[in-house]
Design a protein around this ligand. Structure first.
Ligand code: AMP
Length: 360
């Protein structure tokens, strides 16, 4: 198969590494020829050569949610999964309104504009989370608001005319996610759930648990059907102290919380994406052994003590080859163990080795 990927980031990089094993060829569209996926693709195309990528690809997918408008228009009807899924992702407000309309459980929310933010927050009540409508990922454009004074930063960082989602600050017991995969015939499989730990809005580490939350599984299966997903759908949830399951957000692409599947499951999320979009049978999503992942954020390769990190048994490094920037995901370490307790110990050890200083 000849597969075109829109976006040259690490998600595309791992999709290509997995897909090469199936004998597939890959074409990547990205402004940067040195982006992780551009470097391992069979051919790299800059954005102004999108027509050429379309011509040589048998199937086109995406690994990046914030595609430029001109690119979107040219590939709109050509991708799997469908690009109309990204309409939801382009506006945090649209995404939450969709869940509300369709009856999925979510935190209470309302909408505000830059000009009436203070009045809206006062009426909605403190504490809340203010999320800018657009370009929101990895905690960007997101603010916890406990007092009136916290709003000055929001107003300073944004402009008149911008819209915001005001969301109830959820006092959750834990956060978790489930990645699902669906093919064009409607066959569906779910990966095991992972419990996720964020820091400053960015996923820091996660691990599988021998825990099934039926309600959440039903939500992922239902969303895949409702949105007619062909490919992957990752859904992030909150589990409240009262035992309530709330949807936080979805992503119709490989997901950071599914990276552990490379070592932990019989078929990785990346391979299953390719199987789904190329009409091949979906692979087993079964867990082989407890598995987890630690993200490498804001580091360079020289910052890592590879001797110690790789002597943690079952640890595998994925280095994306990106330049160090504050808050940037530059790699991750997958790790497996024979018990959950052993896994948690290894994750703690890795975290100590990596972030013995504050992550920048
Ligand atoms: P998001 O960008 O919406 O995925 O949010 C990133 C992270 O911020 C989440 O994984 C949570 O840790 C935290 N967060 C987002 N929304 C809320 C909320 N309403 N209540 C509490 N924490 C939140």
């Amino acid at each position: 198969m000849r597969v075109g990927i829109l976006g040259g980031g690490q998600l595309g990089w791992m999709t290509i590494l997995e897909g090469k094993k199936l004998g597939f060829e890959f074409f990547v569209l990205d402004p940067d020829p040195k982006a992780p996926a551009s470097r391992v693709a069979d051919r790299w195309f800059p954005p102004d050569k999108v027509e050429e990528l379309i011509k040589v690809s048998e199937v086109i997918t995406y690994e990046f949610e914030h595609l430029q408008e001109e690119i979107l228009q040219k590939v709109y009807d050509l991708t799997t999964p469908s690009l109309n899924l990204l309409e939801l992702k382009r506006s945090r407000i649209k995404e939450k309104e969709f869940y509300r309309r369709e009856g999925y459980p979510i935190p209470e929310f309302t909408v505000a504009e830059w000009g009436d933010l203070l009045q809206r927050v006062e009426a909605f009540g403190y504490p809340c989370v203010v999320k800018a409508e657009r370009q929101g990922y990895d905690g960007k454009g997101q603010y916890r608001v406990y007092y009136k004074e916290d709003l000055s930063k929001v107003l300073k960082n944004h402009e008149p005319g911008e819209r915001f989602l005001l969301e109830r600050l959820v006092d959750f017991s834990f956060e978790f996610s489930i990645v699902g995969v669906r093919d064009a015939k409607g066959n569906k499989k779910l990966y095991p759930l992972t419990v996720n730990h964020h820091e400053g809005g960015i996923l820091l580490h996660n691990s599988t648990r021998a825990l099934r939350i039926k309600e959440a599984e039903e939500i992922v299966l239902s969303l895949m059907e409702r949105l007619n997903v062909v490919g992957l759908l990752a859904v992030e949830f909150f589990y409240t102290w009262q035992g309530q399951v709330l949807v936080n957000e979805l992503a119709p692409r490989p997901h950071n919380t599914g990276h552990y599947t490379l070592e932990g499951c019989y078929t990785s999320q990346f391979e299953n994406l390719l199987r789904a979009i190329c009409g091949l049978p979906l692979g087993s999503t079964q867990l082989k052994t407890p598995a987890g992942m630690v993200n490498l954020i804001g580091l360079s390769l020289e910052d890592l003590d590879l001797q110690s990190l790789l002597s943690v048994e079952g640890a595998k490094l994925y280095w994306y080859g990106k330049r160090k920037k504050p808050r940037r995901k530059v790699g991750h370490i997958n790790v497996v163990a024979s018990t959950e307790q052993e896994l948690e110990g290894k994750i703690e050890k890795l975290l100590n080795l990596i972030y013995s200083h504050e992550p920048s």
